[in-house]
Ligand binder design. Structure first.
Ligand code: MN
Ligand code: MN
Length: 451
């Protein structure tokens, strides 16, 4: 009895493997499965009808895996009336989140949301610009990093301040002049433009001023999930909360001359576009007080760290930008149809900012859990430390995003590279691929894989 049952089990799993292979050869990949699910659009409906009963049967069988029962049930649920949704819908949001509305059938279990958008954040607007933030309060899974998006019009200041977290920045648009003081009294003054970075250490006092024709817009990333841009140490706030007699002693000025000091915080306020960088550097004392450390870096202008026909990655960490001691980053471009390959990071969680295009990411959270979410420009994504993930360009233009990590060194593992570095028999035993099929898998880490 046992022998016959084991024989049947073996036969069944061999049959399933064969069907899976036939399905793959027919191009019935996961996206086909989504089409198989109840079509939301006419295009999907047509694809559904065009598949034919035979192909559908193969597709259904192809999804029977180790926990075949539940996948089969999910598949059925997506095909029949079960997925119908007659109640209210926030249609624009549902349209932006197809991977939540009709998840790939490989998604399973309770995975905390890893998407948020600056377009949902309160925008604090003052004369001279605005700011908004996405922190752990908005995206609870992001305990290591928080982000701020800020705009300063030409001449306007983000006032002199400091704070508890380290600050990493990417210039999205326009130009800015930044200053940061070192504990030894030397000062760094520089101009930054689109694609440039800066790093200001925690506690170091600094400023940002919009310059050029139209000021700037930038992204800030802080290495504290609960950081708040509205709880920084401001020069105006401090003088407003110090007795005038003490200020007079400290500044060596008579109290009568301190009447004009701000009585409340300035935070963002308008100003005049300054003169040249050289003029400003000279005005504070020139070379004698110049910082030996550079706190800015030209990320977009550097040659790509990795480039393939599918896209590119520029990686910046403390190895090429020594000031950036606690934050590493990658600027990634994925061409239409291409894939930021299946990979993970051994040393940090990943905070993402999407600059342009649209894509989807699945986070594999172990224990049978995985979730897919969609991303578009101005969205924030997050991947818990060591969790497996990929990012696929689902649009018709380049998908460009930043990966930011709370670490001094960028590190990642490529699934392909791992599969090809273990002895072929070992890989074959795990994945049921023949040795010749195995050789089709790229052996090196490509970062971005063309379609
Ligand atoms: Mn700051
Ligand atoms: Mn990653």
């Amino acid at each position: 009895m046992g022998g016959r049952w084991n024989g049947w089990c073996w036969l069944r799993s061999a049959l399933i493997r064969r069907v899976v292979r036939i399905g793959r050869r027919l191009g019935l990949n996961e996206s086909t499965e989504v089409m198989v699910s109840e079509g939301k659009s006419d295009v999907n409906r047509r694809s559904f009808l065009g598949l034919g009963a035979g192909a559908l049967a193969v597709a259904a069988l192809a999804n029977v895996g180790a926990d075949g029962q539940s996948k089969e049930t999910m598949q059925k649920g997506q095909q029949d009336h079960s997925a119908s949704n007659p109640g209210p819908a926030n249609k624009p949001l549902a349209g932006e989140s197809p991977s939540s509305e009709v998840p790939p059938i490989t998604d399973k279990g309770d995975v905390a949301p890893f998407w948020y958008s600056f377009d949902l954040s309160h925008r604090r607007t003052q004369e001279g610009g605005w700011t908004r933030q996405v922190t752990q309060r908005d995206l609870p899974i992001s305990t290591d990093l928080a982000g701020v998006n800020m705009r300063l019009t030409a001449g306007s200041y983000r006032e002199l301040h400091w704070h508890t977290a380290n600050e990493w920045a990417y210039m999205i648009y326009g130009k800015a002049r930044v200053t940061v003081l070192n504990p030894d009294g030397t000062i760094f003054i520089d101009d930054v433009e689109k694609g440039d970075l800066w790093f200001f250490p925690a506690g170091f006092p600094h400023s940002i001023q919009g310059i050029g024709e139209d000021g700037c817009e930038f992204l800030l990333v802080f290495d504290e999930g609960l950081f708040s841009e509205y709880q920084t140490f401001l020069i105006s706030d401090w003088v407003a909360h110090t007795p005038a007699s003490v200020l007079a002693k400290n500044f060596k000025l008579p109290q009568s001359q301190l009447a004009g000091l701000p009585e409340d915080e300035l935070y963002i306020f308008p100003g005049k576009v300054p003169g040249s960088l050289e003029q400003d550097r000279e005005a504070v004392g020139g070379k004698a007080v110049e910082s030996p450390v550079s706190y800015t870096f030209r990320m977009l202008k550097m040659p790509a760290t990795k480039e393939t026909s599918g896209g590119s990655a520029r990686i910046v960490d403390s190895r090429n930008f020594p000031a950036s001691k606690t934050i590493a980053a990658a600027l990634v471009t994925v061409k239409p149809g291409a894939l930021r390959e299946l990979h993970w990071h051994p040393n940090a969680s990943e905070w993402q900012y999407y600059l342009s295009g649209s894509g989807r990411m699945t986070v594999f959270a172990s224990s049978g859990k995985a979730r897919t979410m969609n991303f578009t420009a101005n969205d924030v994504g997050f991947v818990p430390a060591v969790a497996g993930h990929y990012i696929e360009n689902t649009g018709d233009s380049d998908l460009v995003f930043l990966e930011v990590f709370k670490t001094s060194h960028y590190e990642d593992f490529s699934l392909n590279n791992w599969i090809r570095r273990v002895p072929p028999e070992m890989a074959t035993a795990h994945l049921n691929l023949s040795e010749s099929e195995l050789k089709g898998i790229p052996s090196e880490k490509l970062v971005v894989i063309a379609e």
